[in-house]
Design a protein around this ligand. Structure first.
Ligand code: S3P
Length: 451
């Protein structure tokens, strides 16, 4: 693989990082790095395709590098270099109709659930045996949700009955199409099944209980594979041929949520985040903030491939009100619940996030971690069955000397950092370096926006 190192390597962080208040309100124009979900898909789909794809705007982060390393081990040839803006751009030559090669050893997916789960679908239709593993956090995350449908299609996983990585998958050249009712709204599950379905025999259909992000349904046709997509349903007919494509990755709305929420909480702020994916299945956090009374608006500016793209305008809003976030909307903001819970902690009244059980199986148990972190702030938050309730306090004052534990989870590290960045007193965040999973230059970007 050729993936050159970053010219301005991201800052290194020790076990504890002191996060100081920003020197002023957030103002001006912000750009965030490329979308993580779209970057994984661009790299993986290009690896599966025949020919050479050109990718630009790819997120350079640990998670995406896990996908790049994995497809290289499976026989694709990525040639991506760091650009002056910190993104990755270049080419990926795929294995195409020849299929992936037998890798020399286990594939380490690091912290990346998306890499591990999508690869399971990628490997399923080919006669190779691949051991997938990951870091401590990834080895605790449930994989049965992916292995169950893929086994129905004809793939094998060993040891049999094991729920977590490491797992060894053996694909089958005679993969069967399936009609599958997904037990949860998960884009990783949907994508794994659809990717297997591209090379299975017949039409593979997946129905989901609520709409999860649809980047796969939008991007597969760019690689020559038609998909049928309706509300809560996606299907693909195989065996199909995947052909190289050009993909430009827009900015990541999940990363944008941090400067957006910081601006809402820091008096005097007025900010525009440019060039982000405005896929409705990703912008549930904007709709929730609108319902809380936030001064926020999106501007659609066109498309990147089939992905809607545009800007988010936001300004400090002194009074926010709590709201109920229905279960059907959770998938559209699933990665933003930690930072939304922090905003809710300053709102008037109770905010209820309905059925957030999926948070228990993210990079860490985010449900427990949110409640623990808000308790440090003196904010009451509790579980009610699978719901998360946060009792807001508009007059919240942050005590001095708080130490938050990120639990090695990038989104928690950035959420707790916002307490220090937008407040009057510094806070300490343990293991802040995990931001490198999705947003390596988060702290520099936030500091640059303070005027
Ligand atoms: C992702 C889907 C989401 C999200 C994750 C990335 C994807 O998980 O939390 O960060 O790229 O498909 P689910 O599979 O649970 O929806």
């Amino acid at each position: 693989m050729s993936t050159s190192p970053a010219p301005g390597a991201p800052r290194a962080f020790g076990p504890e990082t002191l996060i100081e208040p920003l020197c002023g309100p957030l103002a001006g124009e912000a750009r965030v790095p490329g979308d993580k979900s779209i970057s994984h898909r661009a790299v993986i789909f290009a690896a599966m395709a025949e020919g050479t794809s050109r990718l630009t705007g790819v997120l350079d982060s640990q998670d995406v590098r896990s996908s790049i390393g994995a497809v290289h081990a499976l026989g694709a040839a990525p040639d991506l270099a760091v650009q002056p803006d910190g993104s990755l751009a270049g080419t990926v030559t795929g294995w195409g109709a020849a299929g992936p090669r037998q890798p020399a050893g286990p594939i380490d997916c690091g912290n990346s659930g998306t890499t591990a789960r999508l690869l399971m679908g990628v490997v399923a239709p080919w006669p190779v045996t691949v051991e997938l593993t990951g870091d401590e956090s990834l080895q605790r995350r449930p994989m049965r949700r992916i292995t169950a449908p893929l086994m129905k299609m004809g793939a094998r996983f060993e040891p049999a009955g094991r729920e977590t990585l490491p797992l060894t998958e053996t694909g089958s050249a005679a993969l069967r199409a399936i009609d599958y009712d997904a037990p949860m709204a998960s884009a990783q599950l949907k994508t794994a099944v659809l990717l297997a379905g591209v090379f299975a025999h017949g039409t593979t259909t997946l129905r989901e209980p609520a709409p999860s992000r649809n980047h796969t349904e939008l991007m597969l046709p760019e690689f020559g594979v038609p998909t049928t997509a309706a509300a809560r349903l996606a299907s693909v007919t195989g065996p199909a041929a995947m052909t190289a494509a050009d993909v430009t990755v827009p900015g990541d709305p999940s990363s944008a949520a941090f400067p957006v929420c910081a601006a809402l909480m820091r008096p005097g702020s007025r900010l525009t985040v440019e060039n982000v994916s405005l896929a409705p299945a990703r912008t549930g956090f904007v709709r929730t903030l609108e319902r809380m009374g936030a001064d926020i608006a999106v501007r659609h500016e066109g498309q990147e491939g089939k992905e809607p793209r545009g800007a988010i305008d936001v300004a400090y809003t002194p009074v926010l009100r709590g709201c109920e976030v229905p279960a059907q909307h959770i998938a559209s903001l699933v990665d933003e619940v930690p930072v939304l819970a922090l905003v809710a902690a300053r709102a008037r009244g109770v905010t209820v996030f309905k059925d957030v059980s999926e948070l228990r199986v993210k990079e860490t148990d985010r449900l427990a971690a949110i409640i623990e972190g808000l308790a440090l702030l003196g904010v009451e938050a509790w579980e009610d069955g699978d719901d998360l309730c946060v009792e807001g306090d508009p007059a919240l004052e942050v005590p001095a000397g708080l130490v938050f534990d990120s639990r090695g989870d990038h989104r928690l590290a950035m959420t707790w950092a916002l307490v220090g960045l937008t407040g009057q007193v510094p806070v300490t965040v343990r293991d802040f370096g995990c931001v490198a999973v999705s947003y390596p230059n988060f702290l520099d970007d936030m500091e640059r926006l303070a005027k």
